[in-house]
Structures are given as structure tokens and as C-alpha cells.
Write a protein that binds this ligand. Sequence first.
Ligand code: TA6
Length: 304
Amino acid sequence: MNRYIDQLNQKYGINGHILFKAMAGDYPPCAILKSDFSICEISLYGAHVLSFIPADSVDLLMLSSKAVYKRGKAIRGGIPICWPWFGPNAAERTLPAHGFARISEWLVSNSGINQNDVPFIKFYLESNEESKKYWPCKFRLELTVMASSSLSVSLTTFSKDFQDMTISNALHSYLKISSINDIEITGIENTQYIDSTDNDKRKLQKGPLRISGEVDRAYINTENDCFISDPGLNRIICVSKQNSKTTVIWNPWIKKGNTLVDFDYNGFEKMVCIETANAVNNTITLKPGGRHTVSMNIQQSVWK
Ligand code: TA6
């Protein structure tokens, strides 16, 4: 594995800005993007952003200390990539939840720094014998991460197939918060949502969202920015998005959270997922040779 990491650093490393480091055993390496603005770590397993720490600040992302770094298991926290389906596979429940992109080893295709010394890296995943075990379609998937004072992530699906392909997707961001009881989420007011905790009933979000129990909601037909006001960390986190019509908000609360073996005990208190998605009735159909890019930007501002 060290030879692989040496090759990565030789080809895609940039002194002082982009470095690849080993993980335990033969688990794929991580890329570290560093600048005066932030430091960001991304696992090549799942092209999974693990952390994003703006300079002189606290990680914007929650990563479970009990996350499992083993092939076949998605990392708990950070930004899992849900693709080519979101949630359970409707046709075949034995297939992995949220698709197979987050449990696949991605490769690096490009890296660099822009004119403001902001580092970026591009990963890709292509259909192969392994992916055919899950999904018959021919594809190329690219993820680009840019780490300035904000975190930009974009996921592009390229159809390499000769027939239409329908996908759903999500950049399933776990945001770090001070306390679930103290935050307020805006940006989803007057928006319809599907409530997974109430038999998938369709409901209307009237005002801002405050969480006092399990929340698992897909807000549909919305392209709005979302804001988490967090007085405890004296910050507002803004999740803005392009080409995403669904925003999923999830907190497992006590009972479900403490049944997840890779979740910190009472970890629900310190996280909320705001997911940049295209799911439920916002699925995407690509014509042969077509492409679709969903993007998001996560940044913080001072609360008061
Ligand atoms: O975020 C929405 C959701 O689909 C929830 O229902 C919950 O299952 C969560 O994703 C986490 O899923 P995971 O497969 O990562 O445990």
C-alpha cells in the first residue's frame, strides 16, 4: 500500500497543499487538502469527505469515533455519497442501502490549486465487474472537492449506457452541532416533506424546524439553501446546493441512534444530517451519454 501512496503523492500531491496518507492495514488511503483557509480529509474509500475544519474553527462535519474502516461498510459521519439509489433499493431489499458508491474504492483523476491557493481534488468510479453485482448500468462517476474557507463538493454522473438510466442520489452530510436541543433549521419553511417516521405521510413544514425527537424527512421540490443556527458554537452553517430538488433532514434521536453500533453513545445530540439529494419523486433519468451534476457548498458564519 505504501507504494500506492508514494505514487499518489508523486502524481497528485502538492507540497503544502495536497498529501496522501495511509490508513490501517490495506484500507484505502486518505487525501488531505490544506490551505490557509481550512484543512479537509477525504477517504478514497467511497470518496468520502471525513472532515472539513475552517482555519481557527471547529469541524463543520461530525465523524463518529466508532466509525468502521472496513471494506463493505460505509463510514459513519462526514459526507457519504448515496448513489445510484437513495435509501433502500425498492426492487431488491438485499442490495446495500444508499447504493454502492460509498462502499467502493475510488481512484484519483486530478488535483491542483487555483489562483487563490485553494486546493481541489477529483475522484472517479467506473462501472466494472464489481459494480455489476449491484447494478447493470454502465457509468462513470466523478466527485470534485474544493476546500477554501467553505467546502464545495460536486458529484457528476456520466451515462456510458445505451439505454436510459434512472438514479437517485444524495450528498449525505453529517453536520456537527453543539446540541440538538439548541439549534434551529431554516430554509425548509412552507415546503412539503415525506415523513419516514410516520408511514411516509406527506406533510407541510410551516415554520423553522426545531428537533425534539427522531426526524427523517425528505423535503421535496426544493432548491433552497438551508441554515442551521447554532448558538452553542456561535455559528450558522449554510448548506447551499445546485441541481438538487430534495433536501433530506435526519436525526436518529436516542433510541435509534444508540442502536447504531458505529454511532457514538448519544451521538444524536451533536449532529444533524442535511442532505443535498434527488430522491423520492425527484429522481433523475439520464439518456444514453447524458450527464447530471449535483453540487453543494457548506460554509459557516458567525451566529451573532
Ligand atoms: O438520512 C436518511 C436515511 O435514509 C435514514 O433513514 C437513515 O437510514 C440514514 O439515512 C442513515 O442510513 P445509513 O445506511 O447510513 O445508516
